[in-house]
Design a protein around this ligand. Structure first.
Ligand code: 5AD
Ligand code: SF4
Length: 444
């Protein structure tokens, strides 16, 4: 038995990929472990979306170097170090130059080849391997059918890559062109997850609502069609999907929110900015008005739906009045939560070369103002749920004895006094107290 530690950065797709890497390496005798110390192999599954995320990898690699040296000097043991994910894809050469103690560099499209790569790499002989191809064969076809149980709420990647080319974003370069998994593979994986105890599935894709997977009869299925089919699986009580682009919010998907009770009334629909000028510069290809109309239509279809979003402040050329438009859009939508970021110039993306970069202090001020507004909206949302009775999926042990933690349909974290036997069950809870980032519930 060999111990495998995977540290995951970035988005949920990376969380899914890390689980799949564990599956791929299981036949070689690798068993997951909770810390890097004592592991025989450490994989950093990295994120390249913002500079901070990338830089973290290099500081972590510094720590791993010391660990590797200690293991060799004190125990005569070789530790294999691998860098996977989007930094590996974008900066493979740079990694081997700055961190020559890394044995394997593998991109998001080739981690199904890990067993081969592990065999080829020889830490003792300092033989390194790099695999950051966009291969002909389809990764999903080569991943093992079997996998470890994923728990009550699981991720399922159905789409990867992006053809939208927003001016700030590295995804089209790190994850490549848009690709949808064929329907049958997705359904089979969903059925396996449910058979192993999962009752909530979040369908993942960088542009998930652009999904157009090939069905058995050769036709192409939209995400809405896929969701309707998944809803037929007995025991699959909750379906979510993320992340979506407003332009791909087709009618049939909006109607699925009306018709499919398993589809949770909570949608992550990033808009990035509320200014039409900035939206154009970002190459988002829609206006602030188009976004608001989509929100309205979703609310008509599913009146209790709540939204989360992503915002970038300080995109090149963003003036005070553009930022004011963003605050005004946030006011109009009323989010249940949102993620917000300072614009980070990424190598190779169009906006990185703009000479209208916004000073760091201005970005910091705007981020602070935006986060205050979002925090207020989030608290107001949590407050509105006080007194309501909601279904809560119990997902794990809570912080304290006798306490379990779960999620409402709106992804609110709920702490509830409950027995461990309720793990994986959906229970009816009354929300008794709202906090900033969670709520307290009492089982009915
Ligand atoms: N700088 C800051 N934030 C970014 N995002 C993507 N690229 C950048 C960048 N260069 C944000 C967007 C996206 C989320 C995943 O990360 O808001 O929706
Ligand atoms: Fe980060 Fe994007 Fe890669 Fe996810 S796909 S890990 S967000 S760069």
């Amino acid at each position: 038995m060999k111990k495998l530690f995977i540290k995951t950065y970035g988005c949920q797709m990376n969380v899914y990929d890390s689980d799949r890497m564990t599956d791929v390496l299981a036949p070689l005798g690798y068993v997951p472990t909770g810390t890097a110390d004592g592991a025989d192999m450490v994989i950093l599954n990295t994120c390249h979306i913002r500079e901070k995320a990338s830089e973290k990898v290099f500081s972590e690699l510094g720590r791993l170097r010391m660990m590797k040296d200690r293991a060799r000097d004190q125990q005569g043991r070789d530790v294999t170090i691998a860098v996977a994910g989007c930094v590996a894809q974008a900066e493979g050469e740079e990694i081997t130059r700055r961190a020559p103690w890394v044995d394997i560099v593998v991109g998001p499209q080739t981690y199904h080849r890990l067993p081969e790569l592990v065999t080829k790499a020889d830490p003792a002989a300092r033989h390194r391997v790099i695999d950051t191809e966009f291969p002909e064969e389809v990764k999903f076809d080569s991943l093992p059918g079997e996998h470890a149980p994923r728990g009550p709420a699981a991720f399922l990647s159905v789409q990867e890559g992006c053809d939208k080319f927003c001016a700030f974003c590295v995804v089209p370069y790190t994850r490549g062109a848009e690709f949808s998994r064929p329907v049958n593979g997705v359904l089979a994986e969903a059925r396996r997850l449910v058979a192993a105890g999962t009752c909530e599935i979040t369908l993942l894709g960088q542009n998930v609502n652009a999904y157009h997977g090939e069905a058995a009869d050769g036709s192409s299925w939209s995400l809405a069609r896929l969701i309707r089919e998944l809803a037929e699986i007995d025991g699959l009580t909750r379906i979510r999907y993320t992340t979506s682009h407003p332009l791909d919010m087709e009618d049939d998907l909006i109607m699925a929110h009306r018709d499919v009770p398993q589809l949770m009334p909570y949608l992550h629909l990033p808009v990035q900015s509320g200014s039409d000028h900035i939206l154009t510069e970002m190459n988002r290809r829609h206006t602030n008005d188009v976004y608001l109309r989509i929100i309205d239509r979703l609310r008509e279809a599913r009146p209790d739906i709540a939204f989360s979003g992503d915002f970038i402040v300080g995109f090149p050329g963003e003036r005070d009045r553009d930022f004011a438009d963003t605050l005004s859009l946030i006011d109009k939508v009323g989010y249940a939560s949102a993620y917000s970021f300072k614009y980070s110039p990424r190598p190779g993306t169009p906006a990185a070369g703009s000479d209208e970069q916004v000073p760091e202090e201005v970005k910091a001020e705007r981020l602070e103002a935006l986060q205050q507004l979002i925090n207020a909206q989030q608290f107001a949302f949590n407050k509105r749920t006080e007194g309501q009775v909601m279904d809560v999926l119990i997902e794990r042990n809570g912080g304290r004895d006798g306490q379990m933690a779960g999620r409402t349909p709106y992804m609110q974290a709920v702490n509830v006094a409950a027995d461990e036997a309720l793990l994986g069950k959906i229970v009816s809870c009354q929300i008794t107290e709202a906090k900033q980032n969670s709520v307290v519930g009492v089982i009915q």
